[in-house]
Ligand binder design. Structure first.
Ligand SMILES: [Fe+2]
Length: 278
């Protein structure tokens, strides 16, 4: 493993995560590994597949408009570098310490590529303010964490993520599954209601740094106003004992539990690999 084991979660880090709902890591991976992951991106978007794997939908589909966000879920099924990073034991250990759990499994990953708009003015590549748990209500717990790893220096100029500090304390907001709504202003109007302090904080990351955010923390991202695409890899991770909660909301992961999933069934099979176990 190329990652350094000297990185760990301190009491102060945990305090920040509890207070803000997210934590920014130091640089987790080497420049060489960053470059390999950038090449992995290119291979994925060219439709190259490692091994005999397949994607959930059979093919890697590029968006109809080249300025739209490219997003592939479960990139680890078809790409070795993506598999290695989203199941990385150090990332697992950091997530375990933040979630205060003894075991961390992968819920699913996302390979995200936000094209550069250069001089064009458009919200086409935006990611709407949303709560990840807005999509994950089939899970028995909100104690899940998203790791957003930057593959180049990332800030608001190239469409980096922003988080709403403290919003994980608001609980689940109805219909907050608004990733694909690119109108950040109207979503803000909808979510920043009375009694909720809307504190937008940019996640400014050097290449190889990651943001770890709670499943209820609101986040989104604006336009990439540079000439270069903004590449990232996201690992959505579960705490120990995360199980299927039936009758609330469907999610593709439920299909990975078998033909007759049942309430309380653990998301704990080969589709949900272990990153870390104490
Ligand atoms: Fe998200």
């Amino acid at each position: 493993m190329e990652t350094s084991s000297t990185i760990s979660i301190t009491e102060k880090d945990l305090e920040i995560y509890r207070e803000k709902g997210y934590w920014i890591s130091p640089k987790l991976i080497s420049d060489e590994r960053i470059e390999k992951l950038r090449q992995a991106h290119e291979r994925i978007w060219r439709g190259e597949i490692d091994g005999d794997g397949y994607t959930r939908n059979g093919l890697v589909n590029l968006p109809d408009d080249p300025l739209k966000l490219r997003k592939l879920d479960n990139g680890w099924w078809i790409n070795d570098e993506i598999r290695d990073i989203v199941t990385d034991p150090l990332i697992g250990q950091l997530a375990a310490d933040l979630m205060e759990t003894d075991e961390v499994r992968l819920w699913h990953d996302q390979v995200l590529y936000k094209p550069g708009l250069a001089d064009q003015v458009s919200d086409i590549g935006n990611v709407g303010w949303h709560q990840d748990f807005g999509y994950w209500q089939c899970s028995s717990t909100t104690n899940m964490v998203t790791v957003w790893l930057a593959l180049q220096d990332t800030d608001l100029n190239n469409g980096g993520m922003m988080s709403i500090a403290g919003s994980h304390k608001w609980g689940l907001i109805p219909e907050s599954n608004t990733f694909f709504d690119t109108n950040l202003a109207s979503l803000k109007n909808r979510y920043a209601t009375e009694g909720k302090e809307w504190i937008e904080e940019p996640c400014i990351l050097k290449a190889g740094q990651a943001s770890f955010h709670h499943a209820l923390t609101f986040h989104g991202s604006g336009p990439n106003q540079t000439n270069d695409p903004r590449l990232s890899v996201v690992a959505h991770l579960m705490s120990k004992g995360t199980a299927f909660r039936t009758g609330v909301q469907w999610h593709p992961n439920v299909t990975h539990l078998g033909p007759r999933p049942y309430d309380g069934q653990l998301f704990a099979n080969d589709y949900f690999p272990v990153l870390y176990k104490r």
